[in-house]
Design a protein around this ligand. Structure first.
Ligand code: KIV
Ligand code: ZN
Length: 509
């Protein structure tokens, strides 16, 4: 292996999905996996196969469609987990099982209730069994950040002998500081020599996940685990875009013996990946989030604006184009644009994998939008395509919506929905228009939804901007699903989002 190549292990679909409220359905996970492949991620942790039949199916489908990234499943160090992981990733062109057990005194004593010797035996058994499914096995010392070095070395030696090729050292609770991570990684790299790749997995509880990851790279870690937008359990994981762009922007700093630390990531796909993950999970990066936040390249102060206009590098250390943001979100097409120009635009926006059927549907939606909105921007087109891709499941299809609401009156809605080839129409009143619309949909479908979250955002600026609605709904008291709706009319977008959440719920059943 090229000794200065940093492997990017993306766990957006596993640790990222453990972010509160970030559960995704299979179609959504596949969309993200395909985007991760476009990014050129080395390893995609597609999920935790033993967690649920839905997780297993999602991993198996991702294993089937992804060609150029290694597909991995997480597994606890127990036979049933490893078997599920091995079977789920079986079809992948390149695969990996990632098995783990906790190694810190506090976890071994209170959580596992196992002695260190028992932990080593379990780890060796797990790795040995995992190797019967795949050649590539990663072993994680959960809570390595709070584990004792002598024990870490002992268990690491044992699992390497059993066949583990990557040793991952998670700072599971985000406790460590960069110098401590540097020292831990250095000692483990020296200990392992070239028998295994040392990997890092840093949580962000103290806001140090990226700094710790970079310190680990300096100490010799050659795989880093991270997520898009820094999603993940609690305060999240190291944000991939921050790690990758730091290595790219500060090549000078990270050079060793004149060799530059590099990743395989196609940074021009970062912005699309970030938008897709934010849209699917409904978790928007904070506006001032490094690299992908709304304000990351915005200059408010006159002095800064003046400087950037005179010479970009006065106040910008990276270019927006580096992460795939087109300069000035240019006005693109109009109502006279044809299908060929539309397809051409999609290609330049990175949607080159779209089939003819998807193109036709998107083109019709684009034409309808042209009649209502003056300037169609790249972000509008991007959202139309994303919305289509996320709403493939159409068990119930919203046909029309009619509202009556006036100050002091009783809001009511008439909704028509297509189900099983028939159009069903019904009406209801509510405490507000949103309430009336959602109640009517419940009446038509017979499913009772509890609205847990409702977000409205505009895709671009302007009074005529497209509204993007995300609803998180729990149907029949079960785990919530997320629905997406896009329309120039906010209430229509809301109705679509609610129906989309229901379709997502039904597709998981
Ligand atoms: O944070 C952690 O320790 C993990 C392991 C399962 C790798 O996510
Ligand atoms: Zn984690």
């Amino acid at each position: 292996m090229d000794n200065n190549k940093i492997l990017i292990f993306d766990t957006t679909l596993r640790d990222g999905e453990q972010s509160p409220g970030a559960s995704m359905n299979i179609a959504e996970k596949i969309q993200i996996a395909l985007q991760l492949e476009k990014l050129n991620v080395d390893i995609i942790e597609a999920g935790f196969a033993a967690a649920s039949p839905g997780d297993f199916d999602a991993i198996a489908k991702i294993a089937d469609v992804v060609n150029n990234s290694r597909v991995c499943s997480l597994a606890r160090a127990v036979d049933s987990d490893i078997k599920a992981a091995g079977e789920a990733i079986q079809k992948a062109k390149m695969n990996r099982i990632h098995t783990f057990i906790a190694t810190s005194p506090i976890h071994m004593e209170y959580k596992l209730k196992m002695t260190p010797d028992e932990v080593i035996k379990r780890a060796v058994k797990a790795v040995t069994y995992a190797r019967t499914f795949v050649d590539d096995v990663e072993f994680s010392l959960e809570d390595a950040g709070r584990s004792e070095m002598s024990f870490m070395k002992e268990i690491t030696q044992a699992v390497i002998e059993a066949g583990a090729k990557t040793i991952n050292l998670p700072d599971t609770v985000g406790y460590r500081l960069p110098t401590e991570i540097y020292n831990m990684v250095k000692e483990m790299v020296d200990f392992c020599e070239d028998k295994a790749i040392i990997s890092l997995h840093n949580h962000n509880d103290l806001g140090l996940a990226v700094a710790n990851t970079l310190a680990g790279i300096q100490a010799g870690a050659r795989q880093v685990e991270c997520t898009i937008n820094g999603l993940g359990e609690r305060a999240g994981n190291a944000a991939m875009e921050e790690v990758v762009m730091t290595l790219k922007t500060r090549k000078d700093f990270f050079a060793k013996n004149d060799k530059i630390f590099d990743t395989n990531i196609n940074t021009k796909e970062i912005y699309t990946a970030s938008r897709l993950v934010a849209t699917i999970t409904g978790i928007e990066p904070q506006p001032n989030k490094a690299i992908v936040g709304k304000n990351a390249f915005a200059h408010e102060s006159g002095i800064h604006q003046d400087g950037v206009l005179k010479h970009q590098e006065t106040y910008e250390i990276m270019k927006p184009e580096d992460i795939g943001i087109e300069q000035n979100n240019s006005i693109v097409l109009g109502k006279h644009s044809g299908r060929a120009a539309f397809r051409d635009k999609l290609n330049t926006l990175g949607f080159d994998d779209i089939n003819d059927k998807e193109l036709n549907i998107a083109f019709d939606r684009f034409k309808i939008l042209c009649d209502k909105k003056k300037d169609i921007l790249d972000d509008d087109i991007r959202m139309i395509i994303t919305d289509e891709k996320l709403n493939v499941e159409k068990i119930y299809e919203l046909i029309s919506l009619q509202l009556s609401d006036f100050s002091g009156g009783i809001p009511s809605a008439v909704v028509s929905i297509k189900y099983d080839g028939k159009v069903i129409v019904d009406a209801a009143i509510g405490n507000g228009t949103v309430d009336a619309v959602f109640k009517t949909i419940d009446r038509i479908t017979g499913f009772n939804g509890k609205l847990l979250e409702y977000q409205v955002n505009s895709v671009t600026e302007g009074k005529d901007a497209l509204a993007k609605v995300i609803c998180k709904v729990s149907f029949e008291g079960e785990l919530p699903t997320i629905g997406h709706g896009l329309n120039i009319d906010t209430m229509l977008a809301s109705a679509r989002a609610y129906v989309s959440a229901l379709n997502s719920y039904l597709s998981l059943k």
